[in-house]
Design a protein around this ligand. Structure first.
Ligand SMILES: [Zn+2]
Length: 236
């Protein structure tokens, strides 16, 4: 058996050629979320590439799912190379310790930089306070925007550490949002904000309430679904 690496249609893959294999080409996604193609020994590379092209959408979807599952199953370690969500996108972390520089977390050029002597212990609190600060800025601004748009005024807006609830609206119109929301894509954040604002008008999840939501955000059902499916991604 021989092994060779190849790159085609934006996909990196390894070809394992086997003299024992007779006819079919098969593919699998490895533990490292990489594509492995098993092929008969003399299969021309053009034929293998055609096969990859045919299966391209399946391959991309499966690799993406593998990567997400790997993230889900792993507790955060706050080490270099680890990925963190911000506004729906994943960004890599670089951890280092530079005594003479300011301790803490900064986000710069699509990368997180964490300066601390003991990232494993303190990483989580640096991330939580960074996310809270960003959540406060982003959410306040979007709440103001939708407040004007729908003429609904909240008494206050608070950022919480809630793990299960993305947002809530109290009986006297105080809104709360979990800082975790800042890890989600902007349109999802907007949906949660509009949802809580509409509770100022309708304090329940009646048909009338969902009608208001639908008028404001016609695709709201996909957003609800997304929140259910992706909740696990936003645990630190
Ligand atoms: Zn609600």
């Amino acid at each position: 058996m021989t092994e060779e690496s190849n790159f085609f249609m934006n996909i990196n893959y390894t070809v394992k050629r086997s003299r024992k294999r007779k006819r079919t080409i098969s593919l699998q996604i490895s533990d490292k979320s990489e594509l492995v193609i098993a092929a008969p020994y003399f299969t021309p590379i053009g034929e293998i590439n055609r096969f990859v092209q045919e299966k391209q959408s399946w391959i991309n979807k499966t690799i993406q799912r593998h990567k997400e599952e790997a993230i889900r199953n792993k507790a955060k370690e706050y080490i270099t190379g680890e990925m963190f969500y911000y506004l729906g996108e994943l960004f890599p972390l670089e951890t280092f310790f530079e005594q003479n520089e300011r301790k803490g977390l900064v986000f710069w050029g699509n990368r997180f930089y964490l300066n601390t002597a003991d990232a494993a212990e303190t990483g989580v609190s640096y991330f939580v306070s960074w996310y809270k600060k960003k959540a406060k800025q982003h959410l306040r601004q979007r709440v103001d925007f939708f407040s004007q748009e729908f003429n609904l005024l909240a008494k206050s807006v608070k950022i919480t550490s809630a793990e299960k609830r993305w947002g809530s609206c109290s009986a006297d119109d105080n809104l709360s949002f979990s800082f975790r929301l800042i890890m989600a894509p902007p349109d999802i954040i907007d949906y949660v904000i509009v949802h809580e604002l509409m509770h100022i008008k309708e304090k329940n999840h009646s048909a009338a309430f969902w009608k208001l939501i639908e008028t404001a955000i016609p695709e709201y059902k996909a957003h609800r679904r997304w929140l259910l499916d992706n909740n696990h991604k936003f645990i630190l």
